[in-house]
Design a binder for this molecule. Sequence first.
Ligand code: PMP
Length: 418
Amino acid sequence: MEAAKVIPGGVNSPVRAFKAVGGTPIFVKEAKGAYLYDEDGNRLIDYINSWGPMLLGHAYEPVVSAVIEKAKKGTSFGMPTALETEIAALAVAMVPNIDKIRFVNSGTEACMSAIRLARGFTNRDKIIKFSGCYHGHSDSFLIAAGSGLSTFGVPNSPGVTSGTAKDTLLARYNDLDNVKALFEANKNEISAIIIEPVAGNMGCIPPQKGFLEGLRQLCDENNTLLIFDEVMTGFRLAKGGAQELYNIKADIICFGKVIGGGLPVGAFAARNEIMNYLAPVGPVYQAGTLSGNPLAMAAGLAMLQEINNDAQLFQRLDEKTAYLEKGIREKLLANNIAFTVNRVGSMISVHFDSNPVTDFQSAGKGDNENFKRFFHGLLREGVYIAPSAYETWFITDALTYDDLDFTINAIDKVTKEL
Ligand code: PMP
């Protein structure tokens, strides 16, 4: 592969290399709506959608034209623009419980900055994260992270110092007692809990009833901040993300993916007392040459406006994904496959194990050989799902019911061969 001569593994992000499923990665030439077109001219129905951002489909016209118009007027200034205020005001209006937002360039940066802010605000060092949750590749989070790291079986990356690792306490997703025990063993030392309110990096794992409420209560009792990493769920599960869907207030919220409309954008947000701790108002430092970049902000604003103006969007997405879920269940049952399907709104995952998948451990029990055959079979049929059993599928509104039927038929055909 030419790419592998000049780029490690031929990819700029590991999961793209197909290491978990074998075979050669797909090189994309272009995409439109619900479809990807590869360099060999094949059309694929896309269930990954750039790992989330393309909620409304690829090359979505309002986003594309906003970027083109902006680009003609300069691509970066490193100075404030009115556009940044406009998107910030819209995000603050859409998301519950935030007064201010700071834009960065990726989900990694958003989460990394959120915990620095939490540590500065609380004057404590430790954080709690959950096994199988992924919050980007900054050092503090590469401890039992999901996503590509699960695929590769690297629970911890070389290069993360033991000093950093000791401040990250690990808990089991959906296990409140485990979190309670960590608080008891680390009294007055825990600055924040960071969590994906719906986990999407070990497949899709919904929070069990009372889990998020319990975390909120534990945080209140211990003067600890609750950080919702809504990089996947933000602007996807509801206008106001998981906070709105589950009616839970987090203290800091991290965004990425949808908020940038497909350009490199992340953000973190909170109420005033926390955000005013950030430089230049407060002492916690955080910065970026390209942060608030005009092209990125134009794409993000166009995307948020579309979402904000479409009162039926989330219901439509839910209905389409429910239709897909029903189809998958029927075909897998009919073909005698042991499986579990998890879903919240437009996030869905198929696990080749009949037991409930509720945390990292249970997510790891799926039959990976079946998954590999499933993946390659679907690819052959023109359906692209994530090349790893630990990933969620992201449903786009560009999908038609014909696309969904095509996919369900492909799933039937492929699972007959498993
Ligand atoms: N948090 C979550 C929940 C994610 O899913 C991801 C990326 N998949 C990140 C953070 C990191 O975002 P990025 O890849 O943009 O750095």
